[in-house]
Design a protein around this ligand. Structure first.
Ligand code: ADP
Ligand code: ASP
Ligand code: MG
Length: 410
């Protein structure tokens, strides 16, 4: 019997009727003769509501208690799904991340999965049960503390579990039909992709395409587990994320991200070691830096701007101000009203002129570019948050992804 791992997101578990629909799907997968492991997210907007509640009672909730709070969301949906299946005579058991042996590092709120033991999962499968695992959470084996994996982390739980249990593939059931050429809620004529290679999906996810968490894509690539992203509302094929197809689109898709903020350190003395001091201190505090821009130096000083997750802005500003004082920089500005738009496509490696067309397109739409960063298969621009929707729509219209194809090596 082959093993199928199915993950259901919040909208797919939003109420009793949707939970029953998930049970229908699990039941039919069992009837086809498969063993089933289900990974669940919290119901509907539960995680957002719990975050908001914590903000009402504290300005600075402890990361440990936030993980105790947020991990409760998945615990509710796993138990309700198990109760539903058992009431239909389908033997099922639910496990928290800790009970399933999902071992993580100690970073509350953004923990990384280090290992999956899965002993109880395997034993229960062997006893003929459907196993339901709470997504988005694990346990630090040193401190025994409960951790969460970061927003969207149930995707990572599902792909990591599929790899650990040796499943042939993993199904990510969500509220859209698959991975589109842009967020279908922003671009009405965005197209569903039939398949997309891991490296391009990784750039889209890192660029803010929330349909699949980037760490899930990393697990899929590392352990060669194909990921099928599909709708929980019907049976149609979704998008396969897997090793490269024969054709390469010049642009596969456009992602946007409203979750970052910009910090600028003004008039930094232009001498060796200042960037190391600044970014070393930020790294030591666990602040992830995305883009960095350093201007040309004038009169022995230069401005350095960088972007950080908005959730880390308070820390980043405090640290930047401390370091600015130590290195005699003039001042620090922060700006949360930015957004990032990214164009992704493996074919752009061999096609000069993509960047120029991005800049022309944004200019004709009257959109100012504040920062630029590139990889071999991505071009990202920071723009005003108010401009991001127009930027995504203009770029989608100009590049029409994934219209332009060529044979690899041609
Ligand atoms: P789930 O709760 O199932 O995990 P998410 O809200 O995390 O669902 O992810 C699905 C959402 O991702 C969609 O509703 C869509 O708005 C958004 N999204 C962003 N970029 C894309 C894209 N390129 N393709 C499909 N969906 C996208
Ligand atoms: N419930 C968590 C979140 O909302 C994890 C997930 O849905 O994947 O981010
Ligand atoms: Mg999600």
């Amino acid at each position: 019997m082959s093993l199928v791992v199915q993950k259901f997101g919040g909208t797919s578990l939003a109420d009793a009727a949707r939970i029953k629909a998930v049970a229908d799907r699990v039941e039919s997968t069992r009837r086809e003769g498969h063993d089933v492991v289900v990974v669940v997210s919290a119901m509907g907007a539960t995680t957002d509501q719990l975050v908001a509640l914590a903000a009402e009672v504290s300005d600075d909730p402890s990361p440990r208690e936030m993980d105790m709070l947020l991990s409760a969301g998945e615990r509710i949906s796993m138990a309700l799904l198990s109760i539903t299946l058992n009431s239909r005579g389908i033997p099922a058991v639910s496990f928290t991340g800790s009970q399933a042996g999902i071992l993580t590092d100690s970073s509350h709120g953004s923990a990384k999965i280090l290992d999956i033991q899965g002993t109880r999962v395997r034993d229960s499968l062997a006893q003929g049960r459907v196993v339901i695992v709470a997504g988005f959470q694990g346990v630090d084996p040193e401190s025994k503390e409960i951790t969460t994996l970061g927003r969207g982390g149930s995707d990572a739980t599902a792909v990591a579990l599929a790899a650990a249990l040796g499943a042939d593939s993993v199904e990510i059931y969500t509220d859209v039909d698959g991975v589109f050429t842009a967020d279908p809620r922003m671009v009405s004529d965005a197209m569903k992709l039939e398949e997309i290679p891991f490296d391009e999906m990784l750039e889209l996810s890192a660029g803010g395409a929330g349909v699949l968490m980037s760490r899930a894509v990393e697990f899929g690539r590392r352990y060669e587990v194909p990921i099928h992203v599909r709708s929980s509302f019907h049976d149609g094929e979704g998008t396969w994320v897997r090793e490269s197809p024969m054709e390469q689109a010049i642009v596969s898709g456009i992602a946007h991200d409203r979750s970052e903020a910009k910090v600028t350190v003004n008039r930094v003395p232009d001498r060796p070691g200042v960037a190391a001091a600044l970014f070393g201190s930020l790294a030591a505090a666990g602040v992830n830096i995305d883009m960095i821009v350093q201007n040309v130096s004038h009169d022995g000083s230069t401005d350095i701007s960088f972007t950080v997750p908005r959730a880390n802005l308070v820390d980043a500003e405090r640290i930047a101000k401390q370091v600015a004082a130590e290195i005699d920089a003039e001042s620090v500005d922060v700006d949360a009203e930015i957004a990032k738009v990214s164009l992704v496509g493996a074919g752009m490696k061999s096609h000069p002129g993509v960047a120029a067309k991005v800049f022309e397109t944004l200019a004709s739409a009257g959109i100012n570019i504040e920062m630029i960063s590139t990889s071999t298969i991505r071009i990202s621009c920071v723009v005003r948050a108010d401009d991001v929707e127009a930027a995504v729509q203009a770029l989608h219209a100009a590049f029409d992804p994934p219209a332009i194809y060529e044979e690899v090596g041609a």
